[in-house]
Design a protein around this ligand. Structure first.
Ligand SMILES: *[C@@H]1O[C@H](CO)[C@@H](O)[C@H](O)[C@H]1NC(C)=O
Ligand SMILES: *[C@@H]1O[C@H](CO)[C@@H](O)[C@H](O)[C@H]1NC(C)=O
Ligand SMILES: *[C@@H]1O[C@H](CO)[C@@H](O)[C@H](O)[C@H]1NC(C)=O
Ligand SMILES: *[C@@H]1O[C@H](CO)[C@@H](O)[C@H](O)[C@H]1NC(C)=O
Ligand SMILES: *[C@@H]1O[C@H](CO)[C@@H](O)[C@H](O)[C@H]1NC(C)=O
Ligand SMILES: *[C@@H]1O[C@H](CO)[C@@H](O)[C@H](O)[C@H]1NC(C)=O
Ligand SMILES: *[C@@H]1O[C@H](CO)[C@@H](O)[C@H](O)[C@H]1NC(C)=O
Ligand SMILES: *[C@@H]1O[C@H](CO)[C@@H](O)[C@H](O)[C@H]1NC(C)=O
Ligand SMILES: *[C@@H]1O[C@H](CO)[C@@H](O)[C@H](O)[C@H]1NC(C)=O
Length: 792
């Protein structure tokens, strides 16, 4: 997913932190969660465990989709749940706390509504580390936070009294019954005047989906005696009553309201707040907090250390030999991997929708982004977590009737293209991910392919009658079976083709005879190839390329979509903004999306040489949108034309120019770690073609990378010979696998499970390594007969 974002160029904040860590934690030093917190990356910068539900951070008034941003905007509160990198509306951020002093100790003098209370922070005070986030507000209040799995712990240090005005002021902490998007429909709060405990719940809307969800909280305070408490509505507060129910009034009017607690000014200046969260009940929120953080005053350092250890453990399968590359390259790499494990979130035990002993994961936000690089990354780094995620997808199918495509906050999210959980399942299948009921998986996939749901805007596929009868999704289809945005006929045709290919992989693997039907439907994309279609730039220049995908009506007549429409050179096309026959991407870009049969595509486009010149034009003309996921595989498509060296060269044009270690260092939404995973795979020198047992080989951006498989304990090594950190030698001259010559430009997952060693000898010029027909990555057809590859 992508949202339009106008880049703001701003100065960067570098952190120089002392670090005294054990060897195991060494690589955590290179994780900078602030990468992508400006320029539309929407990355979550706060504290979290891997796949954690609790995600505390400071929320800001500016680019707050992920809560915090380094865009310099004011802090509006500190909330406990977030998504990372997403492109819909600001996500979660429910029930923020906000600390302050009230002038003259009069509660009504405190600022309650968001705009009134918002305050700047000093950029240089921001500390963002795995498991820890801190900043100092302009009013002198220092806020620190860390996270357990379902509860957050905050430490607010109030400035010495004299720093305010010499009077003994009592700290106030408010809780706001809102979320980042102000989507609250109704909410309740109850305050215990003796303990200061605040409990409550609210109904909110998912940030990119249908329906609504309820969430619950339980906040306790420690470190200072509770002096008074109450509720507030708009900018007025009172000590009575201690309970409040708010709804939306006339014209959906949004009422700002919540609760507050004041404290006797603590000698230490510190007030600790522990917030348990739940999607089941307030009591469960309290129980989560009590079990995870039994003594809030003592637990802060323990939680922080445990979070660091959990992250160090997740990163531990990978070891890098830098070979002299800059620390900013290492930071890009490790931070990308870190972001790949913020989401999906493990909500096992917090699913109110059905009873089950299976795991429940949420924030598949969205699969369209995650299936390409992120889920495959988990297949090597954390296969047991991937297995649990896949089981959760299947359990969702069992109880809701459909595999999720995009899912957040217990709700169905909007489908962007195909039913891409199919690809996630096929990828897990070819990579031997264990613990999965493959018969159930195949049933769920066949359901996507055969049955059209009434609401295919958030599950399954639309246009299935035409798909089966005509073998393409028609332009302006006549579809009365189900309802969705009736656009994207080209991109849906391409994605459905690959989804059906994914079915055939699993079906064939488990011995289902009907796999051939899906294998045949995997060719449907060819029906939209118009061989005489030309393409002109907006100023009238002929791109010189002929043959593009085009929309086709029900009656078989061609429609028309300018091949450059929806590209980075034209206007953005999403579900709602400028809906077109391609989704968030152009005909130019989508043309390359035939992951299973690049050989046929290359043939249709006039052979390898003509294909390569088209791919080069695409990447150098501004048509490629490096800020959105459909571009990922195009960086590596040169492999299929026998030119793996050009894939390496292309990857180096984007890294670090478009992906780097600065706060503005992502070219688009990180999309739950999709961009981070693209970056990490690329730098590791292997790129997955998901759904297939294929990794495309380029030289790693480091001297060597070692990846220990967490289940077999075998270590795979990919090592460059003649590596130079200025990246002059980026072309593979020849290779060995376990010491024997290796000529293929790709390798299978056995590389990781069996722990092989791939040694790449590099040089300054492209060689013919990987150019022979028998060394190309596999294609469904084998149509590249008579290939005549020219060298540069
Ligand atoms: C903080 O950083 C932002 C963006 O880099 C900038 O606009 C703002 O002026 C900075 N504020 C301070 C106090 O330095
Ligand atoms: C809160 O809002 C939801 C969604 O509109 C509604 O279903 C529910 O009945 C409301 N709850 C109360 C207590 O009014
Ligand atoms: C929400 O919280 C209020 C106040 O504590 C409580 O009365 C109500 O039953 C809760 N609603 C749900 C659905 O738990
Ligand atoms: C049209 O735009 C392209 C790409 O920006 C440029 O290379 C070309 O010179 C332009 N042609 C004319 C006639 O302006
Ligand atoms: C096919 O349908 C389109 C759209 O309704 C129409 O413009 C076109 O003329 C039709 N072609 C034929 C051959 O009837
Ligand atoms: C870092 O990446 C951003 C986002 O793609 C880009 O705008 C910026 O120019 C890059 N910075 C450098 C120094 O390459
Ligand atoms: C891998 O190592 C772990 C930890 O040392 C051990 O528990 C496990 O049995 C090993 N697995 C295999 C397949 O050797
Ligand atoms: C690999 O390439 C290097 C550099 O071109 C060359 O020196 C070496 O002999 C080659 N090795 C093999 C096994 O072909
Ligand atoms: C998957 O398991 C099968 C059977 O044990 C084995 O033959 C195959 O090589 C494995 N594939 C991978 C990618 O590890």
């Amino acid at each position: 997913m992508a949202t339009l974002y106008r880049a703001i160029v701003c100065s960067l904040v570098f952190q120089h932190l002392p670090w005294t860590a054990s060897a195991a934690k060494e690589d955590l030093r290179y994780v900078n969660p602030l990468i992508g917190t400006d320029n539309g990356g929407n990355v979550f910068a706060g504290a979290s465990l891997p796949y954690g539900l609790a995600k505390p951070v400071a929320d800001v008034a500016g680019q707050n989709t992920g809560g915090f941003s380094t865009d310099g905007s004011k802090v509006t509160g500190f909330s406990h749940m977030h998504d990372s990198g997403t492109g819909g509306n600001p996500s979660l951020g429910n029930f923020p706390l906000f600390p302050q002093y009230c002038a003259d100790n009069i509660v009504d003098n405190c600022k309650f509504p968001i705009t009134a209370r918002a305050v700047y922070h000093n950029n240089h005070t921001v500390v963002s580390r795995p498991g820890y986030f801190a900043l100092t507000l302009e009013n002198g209040i220092h806020a620190e936070m860390t996270a357990a799995h379902r509860s957050a712990l905050y430490r607010f240090t109030f400035p010495a009294k004299s720093a305010v005005n010499g009077d003994a002021l009592d700290p106030l902490i408010l809780l706001d019954l809102t979320d980042l998007w102000e989507s609250r429909q109704n909410a309740s709060i109850a305050i215990d005047p003796h303990t200061g405990r605040i409990k409550g719940n609210g109904t909110f809307l998912p940030s990119f989906g249908a329906g609504y969800y309820m969430s619950y909280f339980c906040a306790d305070f420690a470190g200072a005696r509770v002096r008074d408490s109450g509720i507030w509505v708009n900018d007025r507060a009172g000590s009575e009553p201690k309970e409040l129910f708010v709804t939306r009034g006339f014209n959906n009017f949004y009422l700002q309201a919540g609760g507050w607690v004041t404290f006797d000014s603590p000698d230490s200046g510190e007030v600790t707040a522990r917030v348990g969260i739940s999607y089941i009940s307030s009591d469960q929120a309290c129980a989560n907090a009590e079990s995870e953080i039994p003594s809030p005053l003592d637990d802060f350092e323990r939680l922080r250390t445990e979070a660091e250890e959990a992250w160090a453990d997740k990163l531990s399968p990978i070891k890098i030999t830098p070979g002299g590359v800059s620390s900013s390259m290492l930071t890009s790499f490790w931070s990308g991997i870190y972001r790949a494990m913020l989401s999906p979130q493990d909500m096992t035990g917090e699913n109110p929708l059905w009873q089950s002993n299976e795991p429940y994961y949420d924030s598949f936000y969205c699969m369209w982004d995650q299936f390409r690089a992120q889920m495959p990354f988990l297949a090597i780094l954390d296969p047991s977590a991937l297995s649990r995620m896949v089981r959760s997808l299947l359990d969702t199918y069992k109880h809701e009737g459909w595999l999720p495509d995009c899912r957040m906050s217990l709700c169905k999210g909007w489908t962007q293209g195909g039913s891409n959980a199919d690809v996630v399942l096929a990828d897990a299948f070819v990579k031997n991910i264990t613990g999965i009921d493959w018969d159930l998986a195949y049933k769920a996939m066949v359901n996507d392919a055969e049955n059209e749901p009434l609401e295919w805007e958030y599950e399954g596929r639309g246009g299935l009658q035409s798909w089966k009868r005509l073998n393409y999704i028609p332009y302006l289809d006549f579809d009365y079976l189900g309802f969705g945005t009736n656009s994207r006929s080209i991109s849906r045709t391409l994605e459905y083709s690959y989804n059906d290919y994914s079915l055939s992989v699993v079906g064939r693997g488990i011995g289902k005879k009907d796999y051939t039907k899906y294998l045949s439907r995997a060719n449907n994309w060819q029906n939209l190839f118009k061989k005489d279609q030309t393409s002109y730039l907006e100023n009238g220049t002929d791109t010189g390329f002929v043959g593009f995908l085009q929309p086709k009506y029900l009656n078989g007549t061609w429609g028309y979509q300018d091949p450059i429409a929806c590209s980075a050179l034209a206007s953005f096309c999403s579900l709602t903004s400028n809906p077109s026959e391609t989704f968030e991407s152009s005909v130019w870009e989508y043309l390359f999306y035939v992951p299973h049969d690049m050989a046929t595509l290359i043939k249709l486009l006039g052979g390898p040489e003509s294909f390569v010149s088209r791919l080069d034009y695409f990447h150098t003309s501004g048509l490629a949108d490096i800020g959105n996921e459909p571009v990922f595989l195009t960086v590596y498509d040169y492999h299929y034309a026998g030119r793996p060296g050009l894939s390496a060269a292309r990857a180096h044009t984007y890294i670090p120019a478009s992906f780097n270690a600065s706060e503005t260092g992502l070219p688009g939404n990180d999309d739950s770690g999709a961009m981070g995973s693209f970056l990490a795979w690329s730098m590791m020198g292997l790129f997955p073609n998901p759904g297939q047992n294929v990794y495309l080989i380029i030289p790693p951006f480091f001297e060597a990378a070692e990846i220990t498989h967490p289940e077999t304990n075998n270590t795979a090594t990919i090592r460059n010979v003649n590596f130079d950190s200025s990246y002059r030698n980026i072309y593979i001259q020849n290779a060995t696998l376990n010491g024997r010559p290796y000529t293929k430009s790709w390798i299978g997952h056995e590389f990781f499970t069996q722990g092989m060693t791939l040694e790449l000898t590099l040089g300054e010029t492209e060689s013919d390594w990987g150019s022979r027909k028998e060394d190309l990555p596999p294609s469904l057809s084998d149509a590249v007969a008579g290939m005549d590859v020219h060298r540069v």
